[in-house]
Design a binder for this molecule. Structure first.
Ligand SMILES: [Zn+2]
Length: 95
């Protein structure tokens, strides 16, 4: 499954609710899920980490749907087989 297919699936499942909730509320959910991912990472709970990654990408797709952004297009245009800063692969940027 491609990123765009996942995003389309999320649209079929949740667009009506995401659109009603709006950008601000959906962004707040995304931030909440990123925070839950941090907690799972700190607890080193592999099962919880996996679930939180799923929630983060789901809410990211929801936010992209209601803002009219094609996630796959955006990601691949910016990260097209090389680092967008140094233009190298692998990245040669200094920390
Ligand atoms: Zn780089």
């Amino acid at each position: 499954m491609h990123i765009s297919e996942f995003q389309e699936m999320m649209r079929r499942l949740y667009f009506h609710r995401d659109n009603e909730r709006g950008v601000k509320g959906t962004h707040e959910w995304l931030v909440e899920e990123v925070e839950e991912l941090r907690e799972a990472l700190e607890e080193e709970d592999k099962e919880a980490i996996e679930k939180e990654f799923a929630d983060v990408i789901a809410w990211l797709a929801s936010l992209a749907n209601i803002t009219g952004i094609n996630l796959e297009k955006a990601a691949l245009e910016k990260y097209n087989n090389k680092c967008p800063k140094c233009r190298c692969s692998p990245c040669q940027c200094t920390f």
